[in-house]
Design a protein around this ligand. Structure first.
Ligand SMILES: [Zn+2]
Length: 314
């Protein structure tokens, strides 16, 4: 894959929903419109999502271009502990002496000692991809805050409420901003590719759980959000339609993987899911979208296998 020269200027752009919430594109995996990092510029300053370890310097740059000092940042919130969401945190902290990292209580110990997390992520990826996902730096426990369902973080006029949102991962949080009623979905609500307007499941091994993710969708609907703020990527202004589309797509993808993987193989299933979901792709390269789909094929296969071992639910 050819690397593009990094010529864009890093800055935070204001979201339409309120005057204090901003978004920057860190060009995660060298792809435009995939890695969203949010800034809430309130009395307390919060950054939502920290990207991969590669993205930390870009976030620092964006904060400075915005006119803040990195030492002004009070909170780094990670939706879950996968490397593309929490990987940047340990690399940002030395420049952000006031900041604490807010993480799901189930993810806490993995940020203190990320060795297992990094090893298992790299095990699941080929060398190229492992390089793109970067690495992690241990975070001292006194810089971490373990978050439980319905915990709150008050920033001044903005108040964030954390919700346990399992499915994508057991340590996944969705975060409601009570001021503007937007929900940061992490990877709990799948992937959104703006411009192409593609909605895509993301169901990674080893712990993706379809039933739990469907439950999470029902909970997200009940919050009646004004917009969804995807980590991949950006604001979606029709939350109900987006979530309902995902509630249909996840089980359909699950069925295709279950019924077709043995006969069609991974490449055959990949073609079917691409045709089902990505026909409209123009802005996002086919190869990039296919890599995301492969992750879910493997995760859904692992999920079905787990169910078979457990046996049917009563
Ligand atoms: Zn992700």
């Amino acid at each position: 894959m050819g690397r593009r020269p990094m010529l864009w200027s890093m800055s935070f752009a204001r979201l339409p929903f309120d005057p204090e919430t901003y978004l920057t594109d860190v060009r995660m995996f060298q792809q435009e419109g995939f890695g969203a990092v949010y800034l809430i510029d309130d009395e307390q300053k919060a950054i939502i999502e920290t990207g991969t370890s590669w993205d930390a310097s870009k976030i620092l740059e964006a904060v400075k271009t915005f006119g803040l000092r990195p030492s002004d940042i009070d909170a780094l919130v990670v939706s879950h502990i996968h490397l593309d969401h929490a990987g940047g945190a340990g690399f940002l902290l030395p420049d952000m002496p006031r900041a604490k990292v807010y993480v799901h209580e189930r993810g806490f110990k993995h940020l203190v000692d990320p060795s297992k997390l990094v090893a298992s992520a790299h095990q699941a990826l080929n060398d190229d991809e492992a390089n793109l996902f970067g690495t992690m730096r241990p975070i001292p426990p006194d810089r971490l805050v373990a978050v439980k369902d319905q915990d709150r973080l008050d920033l001044g006029t903005h108040s964030l409420v954390f919700y346990d949102s399992p499915g994508h991962a057991p340590h996944e949080l969705a975060i409601l901003d009570e001021r503007n009623r937007c929900v940061y979905t992490g990877d709990a609500a799948g992937l959104y590719f703006p411009g192409d307007e593609i909605l895509m499941p993301i169901a990674p091994a080893p712990s993706f759980d379809l039933e739990k993710n469907l439950e999470t969708f029902r909970h997200l609907l009940a919050l009646k959000p004004r917009a969804l703020l995807f980590s991949h990527y950006g604001p979606h202004g029709k939350p109900r339609a987006a979530i309902e589309a995902m509630m249909a797509l996840y089980p359909s993808w699950g069925r295709v993987v279950k019924e077709r993987l043995a006969s069609a193989g991974e490449d055959g299933v990949l073609r079917e899911l691409y045709d089902m979901t990505c026909r409209a792709a123009k802005r996002f390269p086919r190869d990039f979208l296919e890599r995301r789909i492969r992750v879910s094929i493997r995760g859904l296969a692992a999920y079905h296998e787990r169910l078979e071992h457990v046996g049917p639910r009563r």
